[in-house]
Design a protein around this ligand. Structure first.
Ligand code: HEC
Length: 139
């Protein structure tokens, strides 16, 4: 049995291989982090809201009692649809085109948009709704 690590040229090949693998792993991790960071930054720029304030607001206005919301512990309501994948949706509540202004409009006054909807006006302010929109577009 030849001593693989004792062979200088084989050792070099192994070292280069390990180096490439480490480089690829670093690149993948950096890319994922960069992607999440970009998503959050873009969402904040788009909505002028602050996603960091959203978890408390979701609870204060009862959103989490009616909706499952990704990343919000205890938000497991099933009255409305889960509030996920907002960057990929075409419509909001099936009636408004999905964009940041319309999402805020819906969150503030769903009854004005869809009077028959089971979602009530909650009394949330437009600024708070922007914070929620920033969160929803970032997750
Ligand atoms: C009493 C239950 C209830 C509460 C409270 C409630 N919702 Fe809803 N929500 C609904 C229902 C039902 C729908 C579906 C409405 C429709 O399609 O007409 C809905 C729809 C939505 C939609 C559109 C979802 C989609 O799939 O397009 C968003 C966004 C939303 N709600 C956000 C919120 C936010 C944010 C809050 C808190 C400020 C909240 N909701 C509070 C019941 C509720």
């Amino acid at each position: 049995m030849p001593d693989v690590l004792g062979n200088p040229s084989l050792r070099k090949v192994l070292l280069v291989g390990a180096g490439i693998l480490a480089g690829v792993a670093t690149f993948v991790v950096a890319d994922v982090l960069h992607d999440n960071h970009t998503k959050a930054t873009t969402a904040m720029a788009l909505t002028t809201g602050d996603a960091a304030r959203a978890p408390a607001i979701f609870r204060r206005y009862g959103c989490s009692g009616c909706h499952a919301i990704p990343g919000i512990p205890g938000a497991d309501g099933v009255v409305g649809a889960p509030l996920s994948d907002f960057t990929r949706r075409v419509y909001i509540a099936g009636v408004l085109k999905n964009n940041s202004d319309n999402l805020v409009t819906w969150i503030v006054s769903p009854q004005q948009v869809s009077p028959q909807s089971a979602m009530p006006d909650t009394g949330i302010s437009p600024q708070e709704a922007k914070d929620l929109a920033a969160y929803l577009y970032a997750h």
